[in-house]
Design a protein around this ligand. Structure first.
Ligand code: PEP
Length: 245
């Protein structure tokens, strides 16, 4: 485990104004010594970004969005939000390339454009990569990851504002996590794709308070992208606490 760990909460399409109350205990926790060197980032749905920002006004918890449009400019794109608009309201991060959006047709080229424009807008990018179960069974994991990284980060020289989230698709929301040895090797493989300093590499997929004890022992992981468990503040806090205990 690296010392300064990132814990990124992906709320997906969950949450409403009533959910804000559940954040009080996370705010309290973020101000305590127990947070250790953990960095907390919440990615709520667009509708809650402003409310989360107000709520986290006096603490160190950062905010991100779950996606953005690829265009840098305003435009006739009904239902979309671009990275400048996110930065403008106070978000500092954006998740790009999540498998739930890849499944809906986002390809590597589109993801690359989104990442480049998000970086121009001074957002930090949580770039998701991961193989499907079919890929894994065909032993194509490294091939898929290499392709997603090559094309997703094409023409991007400065990678200091990029985090890579390794999220095997078969692990998201299933309760199944990769074997520790395999996960260590995959994270090493991802890091080996970078000539200079590698971006931080996070793991995502069914992280919960029960499996965090094993996951934290994998010493090349720089943090976690947490979906389901992050919507429950007690579980989210527990994951952070157990990482450092
Ligand atoms: C995710 O969708 O980014 C994720 C990690 O989900 P879960 O933790 O629910 O598997």
């Amino acid at each position: 485990m690296t010392n300064k760990m990132y814990f990124i909460a992906n709320w997906k399409m969950f949450g409403d104004l009533r959910s804000l109350n559940s954040l009080d205990k996370v705010i309290k926790f973020s101000k305590s010594k127990e947070i250790n060197k953990g960095r907390l980032i919440y990615c709520p749905p667009y509708t809650l970004i402003s409310s989360f920002l107000k709520k986290f006004n006096n603490c160190q918890i950062d905010i991100g969005a779950q996606n953005c449009h690829e265009s840098q400019n305003y435009g006739p794109y009904t239902g979309h939000v671009n990275s400048h608009m996110l930065k403008n309201i106070g978000a500092n991060y954006v998740i790009i390339g999540h498998s739930e959006n890849r499944e809906k047709g986002e390809n590597d080229q589109l993801i690359n454009l989104k990442i480049r424009n998000a970086l121009k807008a001074k957002l930090k990018v949580i770039f998701c990569v991961g193989e499907t179960l079919v890929d894994k069974r065909k032993k194509k994991t490294n091939l898929i990851l290499a392709k997603q990284i090559k094309f997703g980060l094409d023409k991007i020289k400065d990678k200091k504002n990029i985090f890579i989230a390794y999220e095997p698709v078969w692990s998201i929301g299933t309760g199944i996590v990769p074997k520790s040895k395999n996960l260590f090797e995959t994270i090493e493989f991802i890091k080996s794709k970078f000539k200079g300093k590698s971006p931080k590499v996070l793991y995502g997929g069914s992280v919960n308070p029960n499996n965090i004890k094993n996951l934290k022992e994998i010493n090349n992981i720089d943090g976690f992208l947490i979906g389901g468990a992050s919507q429950n503040s007690n579980k989210f806090i527990d994951i952070v606490k157990k990482t450092y205990s």
